[in-house]
Design a protein around this ligand. Structure first.
Ligand code: PEP
Length: 268
């Protein structure tokens, strides 16, 4: 069984003080809600707030990730941040292939693949985003797009490396629009993506890969999405900026029958 993983992508939002206030409150809520250990949680603040957020969350069950990194390890790349720098300050995750980077910054599948490989070599765990545009869905191209993004984005990775990756299915038409995929649409895309992962890395590796859904996940739609068999968590944008909303989404990921969420019988 795959433990649910809820991550918050803050995008280009927050101030230094609101970032600290948010993670302090979130940490308290998670402990009070009894989800520490049964749902994995991460926040992904803008680069400049990472050190303060990491320091504030020291000893907390909440992990910290970055929203991007560069594709070279070091050197004359003015304004860029390397995976090694992120690792050095205590980041565990990095979001790669987000649709805003694909479609606004022009990142290709090849660029994303290079970043994923370097992030893995550096010891970061990528959250690898895939997802189709509205016109691609309307032209029945969703599976073609997802398959291309998965095959090219993950090209050359070993099954062992793949175990460090979370995939996030984020239909572009659902990101920041308030239009969530139906639970059925999400399940269909996740199941299809897992079948491609199985083809690339083997069925048992694919069965253990967590696939998050992202795209206007809110407190009131999270539970239904998260009960789909292939939906293993959520990548949350707007709703991760409000402690009450993000906590509700995390609580929606709590395993129904109790337990730690990993499928063992520890009874936590
Ligand atoms: C995202 O940024 O990855 C995202 C899914 O945003 P939102 O939840 O705001 O749609």
């Amino acid at each position: 069984m795959r433990k649910k993983f809820i991550a918050g992508n803050w995008k280009m939002n927050m101030t230094a003080s609101s970032a600290i206030d948010l993670v302090k409150a979130l940490n308290e809520q998670i402990i009070a809600g009894g989800v520490a250990g049964s749902v994995d949680v991460a926040v992904c603040p803008p680069f400049v707030y990472l050190p303060a957020v990491i320091a504030t969350l020291k000893g907390s069950p909440i992990a910290v990730g970055a929203q991007n990194c560069y594709l070279e390890a070091s050197g004359a790349y003015t304004g860029e941040i390397s995976p090694a720098m992120l690792k050095d300050i205590g980041c565990q995750f990095v979001i790669l292939g987000h649709s805003e980077r694909r479609h606004i910054m022009g990142e290709t599948d090849e660029v994303i693949n290079t970043k994923i490989k370097l992030a893995l070599e550096t010891g970061l765990n990528p959250i690898f985003c895939i997802g189709e545009l509205l016109e691609e869905r309307e032209a029945n191209q969703t599976e073609t797009v997802l398959e291309r993004q998965i095959r090219q984005g993950l090209a050359g990775l070993t099954a062992e490396q793949m175990q460090k990756i979370t995939v996030a299915y984020e239909p572009v038409w659902a990101i920041g629009t308030g239009k969530t995929a139906t639970p059925g649409q999400a399940q269909e895309a996740h199941k299809f993506s897992r079948s491609i992962l199985a083809d690339l890395f083997g069925a048992s590796v694919a069965a253990n890969i967590r696939i998050q859904y992202g795209g206007s996940v809110k407190a009131d739609n999270a539970a239904e999405l998260l009960t789909q068999p292939d939906v293993d968590g959520a990548l949350v944008g707007g709703a991760s900026l409000k402690v009450g909303d993000f906590t509700a989404i995390i609580l929606a990921g709590k395993p129904a029958g109790g337990g730690c969420g990993c499928g063992c019988s520890c009874g936590m």
